[in-house]
Design a protein around this ligand. Sequence first.
Ligand code: NIG
Ligand code: FE
Length: 408
Amino acid sequence: MTLTGPFKQLLTMDHLPEKGPLSDDQLEIIPDGGIVHHEGKIIAIGNFNELKDLHSLALVDWLEGDYVGLPGMIDVHTHICWAGSRANDYALRLSGKSYLEIATMGGGIWDTVQKTREATVEELADAVEQRAYRLLKLGVTTLEVKSGYGLSVEQELKILEAIALAGSRSMADLVPTCLAAHILPKDFNGNERQYLELIIEKLLPEVMIRKLASRVDIFVEKSAFSIHAAKRYLSQAKNMGFEIVLHGDQFSTGTATLANELQVHSIDHLEAANDQEIQILAKGNVIPVVLPGASIGLGESFAPARKLLDSGTSLVIASDWNPGSAPMGNLLTEAAILGASEKLTMAEVWAALTCRAARALNSGDRGSLKQGNIADIIAFKTNDYKEILYQQGQLRAGMVWKKGEIVK
Ligand code: NIG
Ligand code: FE
């Protein structure tokens, strides 16, 4: 048993509502706090000195200086299993070409697909492991990882295997998602319906049997899949027992109704969502996931995070780290910038990175610091939690614990 602390402030992120606006005074802050943990789980949380008396046999993992502690961040949307670089696309965008134009010219997602297809499982697993470690050091203790740069039955299986291999070697927890429906592969001899049928018949049963993923995602957009095709595909995947999510409203609207109708677990992107769509989402239980890294990477506007919260929905912020639209891969910086632009309170930003994010991955055992949860903890060298978002990502997690073990 170990007692970690003292933390000048411990933000538990506990007891917060799942939906709607949050004010900073709703945050539970334990001054001079401590956490007792054993075998990766939190046993007790409270005042450090009181815990020290109560658990006198516990080893003390002593923090010198002032630290603010929080639950580890959860990044619910990444595409970190890729090979190659799209720096060239980025340069083209800076010189005026749009993301969709570049895709039409043969760059974009298809370019990454070709490079990823050439990589071995081992090479891809290494890349995922390194990127997951980079995120872990920044305080991301759980992350979702999508496939989607294989776009054939064999290649998607290869990518999901690489993610599983990386997961088995990483300290961070990796949650895989099958995004075989990322775009219609250019070398597929057929239409979107035929491609999605192939995925349903040949890929998803294998993914299910081999437990390579329990979530299925699709990119609904003019350059990807139609609403009509997505409806059929996601319903079939849901009937097979997968949890379903979607990339929606990135450039064009129309997916909020689909999301509600199918009761997808989350709708991710929403940069293009209008007031009408926000109202539709407010009527249901779909979790909106916004991806400021994609707005920054593409030089486009942010998703209407403030309006979503004010309408009464939940709000989760994820990095979308990928080689094309979101190359930065720094969740805290991206969230801080979104917060400044969209006027999100600090409580709303932190909830979107922790407790509300946990729900987006159905991970009830993390996202808040409380008894019984896993001891995923991050600490920033400051005496005031407000300094963290104020420094817009430059104040980095000085300490990270994954299941009670020190990462750095
Ligand atoms: O979430 N929008 C679709 N997929 C990714 C981008 C992938 C890429 O450009 O390589 C996204 O932004
Ligand atoms: Fe994405």
